[in-house]
Design a protein around this ligand. Structure first.
Ligand code: TYM
Length: 334
């Protein structure tokens, strides 16, 4: 099966995963398990030290995230699922890739600018360097596809550039050492917006509390948040640039039902916003309810979660180490 993609994606360790991450990323991970050979997913705990954090909390948040992904349908038998810091090759490759990454590349990253604002001088070097670690995550596996939400576009563009430059600079044997991966964003739901401020993406750090549906929210909370979502003064359930709130709800319901925008627009052509929002809330409850229930079963067994992550790390190392051996060799080490 030479044509099957090698899929890689990463997710930050927090217990506060929201509907945007679920729709933009986690849904794609689950689907990728049957296409990828292999599909590799990683909880990126090394990335989380780029902002202030509590060491004692970090392990808990990794386990929260692992349990959410398993509850959502990741199956360790059908994918490689592990904790980033368990696989040292990520850190090593980060340093090696810095030879072909310029300061200017990192300086252009909009996420860094958005996250730091006027406090740039105080930001950690790790936050500035974050995209290089992300490139190493993917390139260490010679992954061909990177499923992410729209906000990671620029980071994936940079990792593609880093891979090209590496191959150009160290390709003396006429063979490419690294693979240039493809960005994969979902056709619908690549950018789920805050329900209260639909011109901003849904986010637990930059969004509103009421406008952010968490994967682990109970049914009552979900209904309240969707019910109070901002729409507009019109009446039509139609996706349009001047109707960001309604468009966002259409996308959410389309994903929950597994259909496209036109089907939702047709179904609600004669409905008011009240009935439409009720249907969206039903859809989200159906989408997330089973995940919350399964999470409650999985999360308490920390030993089992640790064992799953460790077994995944062993599989990951076995894939990444031969790549690192090639990288070290062409760079003149060892
Ligand atoms: P993170 O943990 O912030 O987000 C995880 C994934 O969720 C997507 N996402 C969204 N999709 C749609 N609508 C939204 N409102 C929304 N918010 C988040 C993100 O695009 C992401 O795919 N840097 C990455 C983690 C990472 C990574 C990697 C990803 C580290 N190494 C290697 C791919 C490959 C991040 O912070 O994701």
């Amino acid at each position: 099966m030479a044509d099957r993609p090698i899929i890689f994606s990463g997710i930050q360790p927090t217990g506060r995963k929201h509907l945007g991450i679920f729709i933009g990323a986690i849904r794609q991970y689950v689907e990728g398990q049957d296409r990828g050979e292999p599909a590799i997913y990683c909880v990126v705990d090394l990335h989380s030290i780029s902002v202030p954090y509590e060491p004692a909390d970090l392990r808990e948040r990794v386990l929260d995230t692992a349990a959410i992904l398993l509850a959502a349908g990741l199956d360790p038998e059908r994918c490689v699922f592990f904790r980033q810091s368990d696989v040292r090759q990520h850190s090593e490759l980060t340093w090696l890739l810095s030879a072909v990454t310029s300061h200017g590349d990192l300086d252009r990253m909009t996420q860094f600018k958005e996250k730091t604002g006027s406090a740039r001088e105080l930001a950690s070097a790790a936050l500035f360097y974050y995209p290089v670690l992300m490139a190493a995550d993917v390139l260490a596996y010679r992954a061909t596809e990177v499923p992410v939400g729209d906000d990671q576009r620029q980071h994936v563009e940079l990792m593609r550039e880093i891979a090209r430059r590496f191959n150009g600079r160290f390709g003396a044997e006429g063979e490419d050492t690294l693979v240039v991966p493809e960005l994969v964003v979902p056709a619908v739901g690549a950018r789920i917006m805050d329900l209260q401020e639909p011109e901003r993406k849904m986010s637990t750090t930059g969004g509103t509390e009421q406008g952010t549906v968490l994967v682990l929210d109970d049914e009552k909370t979900i209904r309240k948040k969707v019910g109070s979502a901002v729409t507009d003064s019109g009446r039509e359930v139609r996706a349009a640039a001047d109707k960001p709130g309604v468009t966002n709800l259409i996308d959410i319901l389309a994903v929950a039902r597994g259909v496209g925008r036109p089907e939702i627009e047709a179904e609600f052509a004669d409905a008011g916003y009240g009935d439409f929002k009720k249907a969206v809330a039903d859809g989200v409850v159906e989408l997330l309810g089973p995940v919350r229930e399964r999470y409650a079963e999985l999360r308490p067994d920390e030993a089992a979660l640790e064992a799953t992550l460790e077994a995944g790390a062993a599989k990951a190392r076995a894939i990444a180490e031969p790549v690192l051996e090639d990288v070290r060799r062409v760079m003149g080490f060892g």
